[in-house]
Design a protein around this ligand. Structure first.
Ligand code: GRF
Length: 217
């Protein structure tokens, strides 16, 4: 029988990555089970989507806490009382305190819509188009206190089309996010990807030997 790691997802918005994780974890062979969804915003549409998918979910109102640390302590308590082992950030728009990150180091992962270390922060697709990059994509990584800077676990790259705009590029990258996030969670939950001495170690991984070239001539 597959040992399944109890997983929580933090969201702030629509939760499409959250849904891709919930979907993947419906397979009883998947090495993680999604037990809890928490949002830092009670109006996040993802809260209802999680509930509809049968996952316990809640929004926590940040303004009722004196500071970020008190808020993160409540998050931590909720995780511990649900015996959570892994936390996935999926469009969670609040920076976590170093205290929280330290407590969950190696068990806290994020997805970011760019090929890190390029385009940390917001408006990644707009900035990539402004720079005229030919290849763009998304990255999953272990979370460290510095924003979007933790060890990379998985990336997906797409070519940037000639008539691409921010909306079309975001949609194409999002499609890839929905593929790599469940795979990333499976790697971390099974122990195949782990944080060791500040790097992501991948067990049993060999290069596929392929390259994405754009434009192809
Ligand atoms: C995604 O693009 C994710 O990479 C970024 O925020 C967006 C969240 O989208 N961190 P969704 O809520 O998962 O649909």
């Amino acid at each position: 029988m597959t040992v399944r790691k109890k997983t929580a997802i933090f969201i702030s918005g629509r939760g499409s990555n959250m849904r891709s994780l919930i979907e993947a974890a419906r397979d009883t062979e998947f090495p993680a089970s999604i037990e809890l969804v928490l949002a830092n915003n009670i109006t996040a549409p993802g809260i209802a989507a999680a509930r509809d998918a049968g996952v316990k979910s809640a929004g926590i109102v940040g303004s009722s806490f004196p500071d970020r640390l008190s808020f993160d302590k409540v998050l931590d308590e909720s995780l511990r009382s649900a015996a959570i082992e892994i936390v996935c950030l999926a469009g969670y728009m609040q920076v976590l305190t170093p205290w929280f990150v330290g407590r969950w180091l190696g068990r806290l992962i994020n997805i970011h819509p760019s090929l890190l270390p390029a385009y940390k922060g917001l408006h990644t697709h707009r900035r990539a188009l402004e720079d005229g990059v030919r290849i763009h994509g998304c990255t999953t990584h272990f979370v460290t206190p510095e924003l979007d800077s933790g060890p990379i676990i998985m990336q997906a790259a797409i070519d940037v089309g000639v008539s691409e705009n921010e909306t079309s590029l975001a949609a194409r990258v999002l499609e890839q996010e929905h593929l790599i996030y469940p795979r990333t969670l499976a790697l971390v939950a099974s122990g195949a990807a782990r944080l060791k001495e500040g790097r992501c170690v991948l067990e049993g991984h060999s290069s596929a030997g392929s390259a994405l070239v754009s434009p192809t001539i």
